[in-house]
Design a protein around this ligand. Structure first.
Ligand SMILES: Cc1cc2nc3c(=O)[nH]c(=O)nc-3n(C[C@H](O)[C@H](O)[C@H](O)COP(=O)(O)OP(=O)(O)OC[C@H]3O[C@@H](n4cnc5c(N)ncnc54)[C@H](O)[C@@H]3O)c2cc1C
Length: 384
C-alpha cells in the first residue's frame, strides 16, 4: 500500500518527493518516538535535513536556495508528516516567514537575512499570533513606533515556532490606528532575536508536536533599525494574508501525511488482531471503517493537489488554499479517530504510533488559521 503514491504529483515535484521519502524513512521515523518522549528540539535531525538539502530550500536559487515550488513543498510535507509531525514542523519552520522577505524585501535585507537561511547558517520564524488572539489579524496589539532612525516594538507574541531557537523572526505589528482602515494598520519587520528588548521563552509542554518548540515572546522597548521594515508601512496585513495562501496549501500536506499514517497503522493492526476466532479486518463494519478512512483521505488528497495548482497559478488562491487546508486537516482528525477505535485498548498506549498521530492531528485544524476562519474565507472568497 503506497497511499502517498506520486501519480497525482506533478512530474517536476516527484524527484524531491522521493528525496523527502528516503530522508523521512532514515532520519525522522526511527527517531520519532524518542523525540516525542523527550520533547526536545531535534537539532541533529535538522542538521541532517540541511545536509540533505531539504531545509530552507523554498528560497529561490538567486539567493542560494533550491527554489522549491509550492507543489514541491506540498510533496515534502506529505512525506515528512507521515513520519512524524513534531520533527516535520521543526524542519519546515527553519525558514518560516522567509517567503514574505523574498517577495517584499529589499536586496540589502535579502543579502543580510535571506541568504544565510538558504545557506543553512541561520534559521527564522514568523510571529503573528498573540496571547489574546490568533484568529483576528486586524485585532492584534503588538505595536511598532518610529523613534528617529529606529522602530521600537512593544507587546507580546505567542506560539511562535523557533522564537527561542531562531536567529531572526518576521514580526507582524501595529503601526497605525485608523478605525476606518483596520487592514491598513499593520506592518512586518525583521527582528533579530538578539535585539535589545527581545525576550523569548518556551511555552509550557504540549501534549503533541513535542519535537517542535514554540515561544512566548515579549518585546520590551525592543529597538530595531528603520531599514528592518519589510515592504511598505501599513501593507503587513495583505503581505501576511498572501503568505498564508501558500502556507495553508502546505498545511494540507500536514493533514495528508497524518491521515496516511493513521490509515497505515490501523490497517496493519486490524490485519493482525484476532477477535471471535477471526482477524478483526474480516468484520464488515471494520471494513467500512477502513473504507471511510480511504474516502476521507483520497478526496482530501485530490483537492489538495488541485488547490496547489490553483494557488501556484494565482487563481483564487485564498479560496483554494482554505479548501485544501480545511479538507485535509479534517481528514487527519477523522482518520486518527477511526484509527484509535480500531486499535481498541491498545490505542492509548504511548508506544503505539496511532496515539501520537491522534494527538498531533489536533493541531493542523488550528494553526495557520483555525478551520472556522477557513470556512469564512471559503464563503467570502469563492468565485462568483
Ligand atoms: C503547535 C502550534 C504552532 C504554532 N505556530 C505558530 C507560529 O509559528 N507563529 C504564529 O504566529 N502562530 C503560531 N501558532 C498559532 C496559531 O496560528 C493560532 O493558535 C491560531 O491562529 C488560532 O488562534 P488562537 O489560538 O488565538 O485561537 P482564537 O483566535 O482565540 O480562537 C479560538 C477558537 O475560536 C473559534 N473562532 C475564533 N474566531 C472565530 C470566527 N471568526 N468564526 C468562527 N469561529 C471562531 C475557533 O474555533 C478558534 O479555534 C501555532 C499554534 C500551534 C498550536
Amino acid at each position: 500500500m503506497d497511499l502517498l503514491d506520486d501519480s497525482i504529483v506533478p512530474e517536476k515535484a516527484r524527484p524531491v518527493k522521493q528525496e523527502a521519502r528516503e530522508f523521512a524513512a532514515e532520519h525522522i521515523e526511527p527517531n520519532a518516538e524518542e523525540y516525542f518522549e523527550r520533547g526536545e528540539y531535534p537539532w541533529d535531525i535538522l542538521e541532517k535535513g540541511m545536509e540533505a538539502g531539504l531545509v530552507g530550500q523554498s528560497i529561490s536559487e538567486e539567493y542560494g536556495g533550491r527554489g522549491f515550488s509550492l507543489t514541491e513543498m506540498l510533496a515534502i510535507a506529505e512525506e515528512f508528516y507521515r513520519a512524524d509531525a513534531g520533527i516535520a514542523l521543526s524542519l519546515q519552520l527553519a525558514a518560516f516567514g522567509t517567503n514574505i522577505l523574498e517577495e517584499h524585501g529589499t536586496e540589502a535585507q535579502k543579502a543580510e537575512y535571506l541568504e544565510p537561511v538558504a545557506a543553512n547558517e541561520q534559521i527564522s520564524g514568523l510571529a503573528v499570533s498573540e496571547p489574546d488572539t490568533g484568529s483576528d489579524m486586524a485585532g492584534m496589539s503588538t505595536s511598532a513606533e518610529k523613534d528617529g532612525d529606529e522602530w521600537v516594538l512593544n507587546g507580546e507574541k505567542y506560539w511562535v515556532g523557533n522564537g527561542v531557537e531562531a536567529d531572526w523572526v518576521t514580526v507582524y505589528a501595529k503601526t497605525g490606528d485608523d478605525p476606518d482602515n483596520r487592514y491598513g494598520n499593520y506592518s512586518v519587520f525583521i527582528v533579530p532575536t538578539d535585539a535589545p528588548g527581545y525576550h523569548a521563552e518556551h511555552i509550557p509542554e504540549k501534549m503533541c508536536y513535542r519535537a517542535s518548540k514554540q515561544a512566548h515572546i515579549t518585546f520590551d522597548d525592543c529597538r530595531i533599525p528603520e531599514e528592518n521594515l519589510i515592504g511598505a508601512e501599513g501593507a503587513g496585513f495583505y503581505m501576511v494574508a498572501g503568505f498564508f495562501n501558500h502556507g495553508r496549501t502546505v498545511v494540507a500536506g500536514h493533514g495528508l501525511g497524518l491521515a496516511a499514517a493513521a490509515i497505515e497503522e490501523a490497517s496493519a493492526f486490524v490485519h493482525d488482531r484476532e477477535a471471535f476466532g477471526r482477524t478483526v479486518d474480516e468484520f464488515q463494519a471494520v471494513q467500512h471503517d477502513l473504507a471511510d478512512m480511504r474516502l476521507e483521505f483520497e478526496s482530501a488528497r485530490s483537492l489538495a493537489w488541485r488547490a496547489a495548482e490553483k494557488v501556484e497559478n494565482d487563481d483564487y488562491p485564498g479560496y483554494w488554499a482554505a479548501l485544501a487546508k480545511t479538507r485535509a486537516t479534517e481528514a487527519a482528525t477523522e482518520c486518527a479517530e477511526i484509527g484509535m477505535q480500531l486499535h481498541g485498548g491498545r490505542s492509548v498506549l504511548e508506544e503505539n504510533k496511532i496515539s501520537r498521530v491522534y494527538r498531533d492531528a489536533r493541531v493542523p485544524v488550528i494553526y495557520e488559521g483555525a478551520n472556522p476562519i477557513q470556512r469564512n474565507l471559503i464563503y467570502r472568497q469563492a468565485p462568483r
